[in-house]
Design a protein around this ligand. Sequence first.
Ligand code: 13P
Length: 251
Amino acid sequence: MRKKVIAGNWKMNNDLMESEKLIVELKNLLQNEKPNCDVIICPPFTSLSEASKLVKGSVIKLGAQNMYFEESGAFTGEVSASMLKSVGCEYVILGHSERRNIFDENDKMINKKIKKALSAELKPIFCVGELLEERENGTTKEVIKKQVLKGLESVSADEMQSIIIAYEPVWAIGTGKTATPAQAQEVHEFIRDLIEIEYSMEVSMNLVILYGGSVKPDNAKQLLSQIDIDGALVGGACLKADSFMGIIKGA
Ligand code: 13P
């Protein structure tokens, strides 16, 4: 049985004080609940160190939103996997559509990042998703297949145990336009089948696949009740403790 995972991607929101406030509020709400899922927050780099101290002793786990694949050196503005480990991160979001589409990250680069994260014992939350035009011209599965296979190139079955895949249709991100549970389920099932073909039934059955794209407290339960949807990667709705909590309860 796969455990549900609710992850919050804060994106470029919350300075240090705002981050502390949000984490304290979330911790207070979680104290009165025994969540039936893993809870992960991914604040911006500048808040990670403090966030790591604040989540200690709570159920909240910490992730970053990006990293670079080199160990160290002349890469101005970049952050390495070992730096993220050193501030207490357990997870790292890689291949988010905003990284792909705004910062021109390609499958090859994302694959290098995934492999580096794994070698540093960080668990990648590996994002894939099609653009609106790709959905409209019927190439969704082709696009997802390419992103998944290229992103996971030379990742072993053993390493797959540390990977979470997040399906985030780009047209549903920040638009208020959620994929229907059936639309999301169809792609999740496709990804799970793909992993079974590439790896094994066991790897595919253990793989956690999150849905992301305008997940809110009022649509979370329906999405999460789909057989292949193991949780959510939440953007906008994770920036308020009570709405993030609403989604956690939905799990
Ligand atoms: P929204 O929930 O704001 O649509 O963002 C989803 C997302 O991109 C999470 O990574």
